[in-house]
Ligand binder design. Structure first.
Ligand code: LRH
Ligand code: MN
Ligand code: MN
Length: 426
């Protein structure tokens, strides 16, 4: 289903007066605090976060899967869903594909459809964590790290195939997330599997087009429960450094052990110019893939603070980061969840942009612990929703994307068009 500009205008019209009132009040207050409100809104307008193809359908839990309705059944329909999200908030103008779930049968047609929806391709994701039909070797005991060279070769070949698909479509990056690990002490030689992984990645790296990057994603556990080959940012960073300039670490918010200081990890990677990709989600316990900002909004804000201050620092030599939402839904309508996630990201970004860097640095230099904390908390406790809404509006989106989605009864329409059926994905 397509959402016309006229329909969005029609939605915005009755909301405009009260929005303007709130925006004016906030802008006045922020201007007094020395914030350049117009520039801040422009940064929100410019911020884009990619949607992964697998988040458009309901995901499973370890115990089952409840089918949703109107889920996309083809790559074309996935693009239409992301196009709809982007029309609503103008902040999700990219899609991240996954091979083999999203094999493009006709690249020219797919690219034309992407253009129609004003979308770009984010990183391509390879999959060596599941066995596919007609696959010669199983990944049950690993892929790029496997003890058997024939399995490693098959996994490398798959990644090369993903790069080829990405090239056809105009993507510029490959994300590698490996499930490889072990569930019992003694099962694996830690040094051998890491060395194998490095050598496999080196072959993939050698095949990367000149203007491509590879993102190495880490995760401490799951699906295996004793060890994971690329378990943490240190291991990912080590591999990225050994591989070369086109290799970067990818941080997924759910891929840390409880209470890890993720904002500090972000700062360290930025200092080294090695933060390539970022997967947003939220979690209470582990890799829960919940709606962004639903559990730990303060942590999200602190992470954004590091991203903003790190990327704005002229000393930082880090390329633009590929931002993506990596979520899974089994209770909510996936599109509603994604609208909430994008809004939560924009809110945290806006709060981070409110912080007076100079004042913060001055407080730090004076060891004014209370002062520094006050600066951070003042920004966090500001209701920045009018700024985010204004950014949506200025970019041509809806003042209230979720409200309009509900008013249009989009899911009902998608059900009428597509019926029941589970989309391919996690
Ligand atoms: C598994 C995972 C990971 C990847 C995605 C493809 O944990 O969610 O975060 O990015 O699958
Ligand atoms: Mn991820
Ligand atoms: Mn994950």
């Amino acid at each position: 289903m397509q959402l016309s500009k006229a329909r969005i205008q029609e939605h915005n019209q009755p909301l405009l007066a009260s929005h303007q009132l709130r925006l004016n009040l906030l802008s006045e207050e922020l201007s007094e605090r020395g914030v350049a409100v117009r520039d801040l809104i422009q940064r929100l307008v410019d911020f884009q976060v990619a949607i992964p193809s697998w988040a458009l359908g309901t995901g499973g839990t370890r115990f089952g899967r409840y089918a949703g309705v109107g889920e996309p059944q083809s790559l074309e329909q996935k693009i239409e869903d992301v196009g709809l999200l982007h029309a609503l908030n103008r902040s999700s103008g990219a899609i991240s594909l996954h091979i083999p779930w999203d094999i493009p049968e006709n690249a020219a047609h797919i690219k034309a459809l992407m253009q129609e929806h004003d979308l770009a391709f984010d990183a391509m994701n390879s999959n060596t964590f599941q066995d596919q039909r007609d696959q010669q070797h199983s990944y049950k005991f690993g892929s790029l790290s496997h003890t058997d060279a024939a399995v490693r070769k098959q996994a490398v070949e798959h990644n090369l195939e993903v790069i080829r698909y990405g090239e056809e479509l105009g993507s510029k990056a490959l994300t590698v997330w490996l499930a490889d690990g072990s569930s019992f002490p003694g099962q694996r030689n830690f040094r051998t599997v890491l060395q194998n992984t490095y050598e496999s990645l080196r072959e993939i790296y050698a095949a990367l087009p000149a203007d491509w990057k590879v993102f190495v994603e880490y995760k401490p556990f799951e699906p295996y429960f004793y060890s994971t080959v690329i378990q943490d940012w240190g291991t990912s960073f080590l591999l990225a450094n050994k591989l070369g300039d086109k290799a970067y670490t990818l941080v997924d918010l759910g891929h840390h052990l409880p209470n890890a200081n993720i904002e500090q990890i972000v700062a360290t990677l930025l200092m080294e110019g090695k933060l390539g990709g970022f997967h947003f989600n939220d979690s209470k316990y582990a890799d829960d893939d919940l709606t962004v900002g639903s559990i730990k909004p303060y942590q999200l804000y602190l992470i954004f603070l590091e991203l903003v201050h790190g990327m704005d620092d002229p000393q930082t030599n880090n390329p633009p980061i590929s931002y993506m939402i990596d979520a899974s839904h089994n209770l909510k309508d996936p599109l509603e969840d994604l609208l909430q996630s994008v809004e939560a990201i924009q809110l945290a970004y806006a709060q981070a942009l409110l912080v007076d860097k100079q004042a913060l640095e001055a407080a730090r230099a004076d060891n004014d612990v209370v002062g520094a904390q006050e600066i951070l908390q003042n920004a966090f406790r500001t209701d920045v929703r009018p700024l985010v809404r204004e950014a949506f509006r200025q970019a041509g989106g809806a003042l209230d994307p979720l409200g309009l989605y509900r008013k249009l009864d989009v899911r009902r329409q998608l059900y009428d068009e597509r019926g029941v059926g589970i989309a391919t994905g996690l």
